[in-house]
Design a protein around this ligand. Sequence first.
Ligand SMILES: Cc1cc2nc3c(=O)[nH]c(=O)nc-3n(C[C@H](O)[C@H](O)[C@H](O)COP(=O)(O)OP(=O)(O)OC[C@H]3O[C@@H](n4cnc5c(N)ncnc54)[C@H](O)[C@@H]3O)c2cc1C
Length: 379
Amino acid sequence: MDFEFSEEQKLFRRTASQFAGKEIAPLVDELEDREEFPSRLLKRMGDLGFLGIPYPERYGGSGGDVVTLCIFLEELASVSTAAAIAAVVQINGVAAPVFLFGTEDQKEKYLVPSIRGEKIGSIAITEPDAGSDTASIRTLAKREDNGYVITGTKIFCTNGGIADLFFVTAVTDRSKGSKGIGIFVAERGTQGLTVGRNIKKLGLHGLGTYEVIFEGCRVEQGSLLGDEGRGFYNLMRSVERNRIGVAAMAVGLARAAFGDALPYAKERVQFGRPIGKFQGIQFMLADMAMEIELATLMVYKAAWMDDRGLPCNKEASIAKLYASEMVNRVAYKALQIYGGYGYMMEYPLQRYFRDARVFEIFEGTSEIQRVIIGKELGL
Ligand SMILES: Cc1cc2nc3c(=O)[nH]c(=O)nc-3n(C[C@H](O)[C@H](O)[C@H](O)COP(=O)(O)OP(=O)(O)OC[C@H]3O[C@@H](n4cnc5c(N)ncnc54)[C@H](O)[C@@H]3O)c2cc1C
């Protein structure tokens, strides 16, 4: 057993941390005011090779492993959760299904430019009446001539406002249930595709989250990703790695909150002594340190298993579930340690607290992670 990161991974962590510190940190306040992630920053991440970390060099990727990807996401999220989510949508949400299930033509057309950050993608799975139950979507893809006509409404599409490509799930044969769902790539500008309102959120203010409407939107046969009836199953396969990445981001955000709270507890004096000398505050910080450590171990264990091709459905869900709940506890306590200052918009504690909340909701809610773990236990 070896708990050390390789020299290459340690060096990469420094590179990722420098990028986040120098190029993202100065923009965090500006991002908070925008409700949109700037596409130029994704292009920059593409130029630096970050968006292609887990993909082979022949597609412009860096040929790295999942552990390295998690290091990148952790470092980025420790500075800006919005930036890390913008990146993970591109890396795991967009590129992964094309890499896993696309034809060589589709890889050339969609994977290569998305790794470079030249084409931004948005995932359009969720619908007003279909969230956790992704197989209950109503959006239809009707076969017509040499293509499909898509009709339906999607919501909560991250990066929808800056996207060139929309990866949309649609029913191809309702009688087949989850075996009658396909994944299609629709390009911005296609007739019948409308990017609707940017839905305001509690946190993640640096990101746009859009409604996307398909009204008789015609796409070519070549835009179908994988087999017609395998969309749902392909999606389930490609989200496994995403759960580990999301857990790594939760660790990054928790580190940021802890990193602010610890020195504050040492400096802030009340009743004649630093508040960190009060056992009530010490216990909070001890619990935070313990939980961050535990989540980190679980994230990198799951990533390590994924890198070895070992089945890690259960581990990915455990990492996602624990890290998501952990970051909420840590952000809550960090704000509490800051007292009134933590509640003020001038300090980042409120942003950590708001951003943390999403981890228990997207990429499979905490309840859905428990359902997955339960199934893995044979229940
Ligand atoms: C900031 C943000 C960004 C997002 N980005 C995207 C995106 O880019 N693309 C996209 O397609 N979607 C996106 N989503 C949607 C996200 O994936 C869904 O919100 C999530 O899957 C939950 O679906 P829902 O919101 O409809 O909740 P529901 O599924 O309606 O769940 C409501 C509640 O019921 C619980 N529940 C549901 N089923 C069960 C069950 N079987 N057992 C126990 N409890 C259950 C849930 O855990 C939850 O507490 C995003 C969401 C957010 C908040």
